[in-house]
Write a protein that binds this ligand. Sequence first.
Ligand code: ADP
Ligand code: MG
Ligand code: MG
Length: 254
Amino acid sequence: MATLEIRDLHVSVEADNSTKEILKGVDLTVKQGETHAIMGPNGSGKSTLAYSIAGHPKYTITSGTVTLDGEDVLEMSVDERARAGMFLAMQYPVEVPGVSVSNFLRTSATAIRGEAPKLRTWVKEVKSAMEQLQMDPAFAERNVNEGFSGGEKKRHEILQLELLKPKIAILDETDSGLDVDALRQVSEGVNRVHASGEVGTLLITHYTRILRYIKPDFVHVFAKGRIVASGGPELADKLEAEGYEEYTKGGVTA
Ligand code: ADP
Ligand code: MG
Ligand code: MG
């Protein structure tokens, strides 16, 4: 079983000609088959964690390690991270002009599996995954992210997740901007992937409401650039009732 290990991760960004430390010693282990939720107030550094693992050039790792089965993820190119089995939803936020969803998915699957999926089974896989997400088949012919609504972007993310079957998936704010129906469909997608037992998911969110639909194995509270508390699903219930106040005394980023 694949294991993602984040050890004492410190990350800085350059802003206004000064260096600002955002992540201040993040420790986390995610194993294939587990669902972890990271919850925390806005501005606490959750997206910075996701971007840092994805290799976004804006974020400088000043110390600490990120490994997948002992391999140094931070040394890998973005492509290598994908081939190693990591799915980073924020990796493809941009429009890809002239590339349809259908081509994009097949190219990604080919890169990750090391060979092109057999066309006939692939077409069936895509069709059934899209049906489960209640996506219009015409969506497959649209250009990636071109004019996608918030909900379409998130569905597309989950469609990729279901078809590419990574070992470790990191989903940042998958629930933001979704209406209740879309939230349910996206959550069911995450649950199906969890049920396969093959994917370790790190679900990063500010909202507690998605945890009415997705039951994580572990919940972590993120504040001030690190994980400040960890527990089981009961911690999500506590956060929904009480909010983050207890963890943010003296400010969110302090
Ligand atoms: P969250 O996802 O928890 O809302 P972020 O990781 O987006 O938090 O941001 C954490 C802090 O780091 C904020 O104060 C934010 O302004 C700052 N920050 C994040 N990314 C950058 C960046 N690229 N340049 C400057 N500041 C940044
Ligand atoms: Mg934010
Ligand atoms: Mg964020």
